[in-house]
Design a protein around this ligand. Sequence first.
Ligand code: PAD
Ligand code: ZN
Length: 383
Amino acid sequence: MRIRAAVLRHPGRPVTVEEVELDPPKAGEVLVRVVAAGVCHSDVRYADGELGPGHWPGVLGHEGAGVVEEVGEGVTHVAPGDPVAFCFVPACRSCRYCLAGKPNLCSVVAEHGAQGMLMDGTSRLRLPDGTTLRHGLRTACFAEYTVVAAGGAVPLPRELPLWQAALLGCGVVTGLGAVRNVARVQPGESVAVLGCGGVGLQVIAGARLAGADPIIAVDRVPEKLSLAREHGATHVVDAAGEEAPMDAVQRITGGGVDFAFEVIGRPETIRLAWDVIRPGGSAIVVGLAPDGVEASVPAIEFLSDKSLRGTYYGSGDPATEIPELAGLALAGELDLTRVVTHVDGLDGVEAALDRLRRGEGARTVLLVDADLAGHPGAAHRGS
Ligand code: PAD
Ligand code: ZN
């Protein structure tokens, strides 16, 4: 079928919304009508070529929600008409990592998905001239329709508006997973969150749900610090202000935090995360640094039981966590609305990437199908 999709032809050139060919789903795959998609800083890394070679040409977008249009042979967990969130790691459930309870590290996904291919190593997307297109982060949801592996379509409760559900499959599962699955924050433990964009705000929300205190939010954009407070930060620190963030965290905690989450992806803020933790504390790097960038810490400080670790996609099982997080949103415990500072149509992709490059706003949600998205302002602002 011919669809409109946001194509990255080459990094450094604007992403263009154009007509592409999408083949039908094969066995074990699902065709989804995309309804809404969130624009994440990982899309910027991708579009700017910072994930290294082998990611273009392709269709961008890895965070979103839609409605199942058609299922391939053997798919039974969803049916046409079902609302779904995308999961960009459709775990195979049989490789060594999946069997060890680490489906986020699935080796089949790592092998084919890193190339932008589906689980059988092939693509369903091509340009009208026949050029194969990659499925950006296995999802390619900046498009009217997409074909994903069965595990890439996670069923959602029908009551949750899809413009909110769109955020679950990356920012929310990543941010809350870092708190719940990696740090396992306990009530009264202290947390610093460096970077309060679309993902960092979810780390803050997760820390609040876990009962962390204090929750210190650090960003260099005042607007982000206001959003951080709305999401549960007890203290905010302007990284561009007079007091160095390191000093501010020391002043607030009198010795450093139990957990620092780096949600930016820069060597200097990874180092800051290390510097603001107390002896025995953990610095958790959520941010994605460009390919080839190194980060360093003073090695003698390993002597004080400090640890530095990474996390990918919440380090849990997104297929079970996404419905649970949708339930938290429906129960009013998790607010998915306030992180959305902009809504636009599919043609707004490049403008949304530019806002992220400039540090302006938090999440943009692209209302690909404004009627189905359920956004209150869609009639005025939608696609
Ligand atoms: P974003 O651009 O919305 O947020 C980044 C925030 O960092 C912004 O609010 C900036 O103002 C702030 N910032 C930038 N530089 C500094 C600085 N020097 N000091 C203080 N604040 C600063 O991005 P996002 O929230 O969409 O994504 C954040 C990172 O997380 C990004 O690197 C993305 O690629 C990564 C990510 N990782 C995973 C994972 O699985 N680990 C998943 C999703 C996103
Ligand atoms: Zn993302």
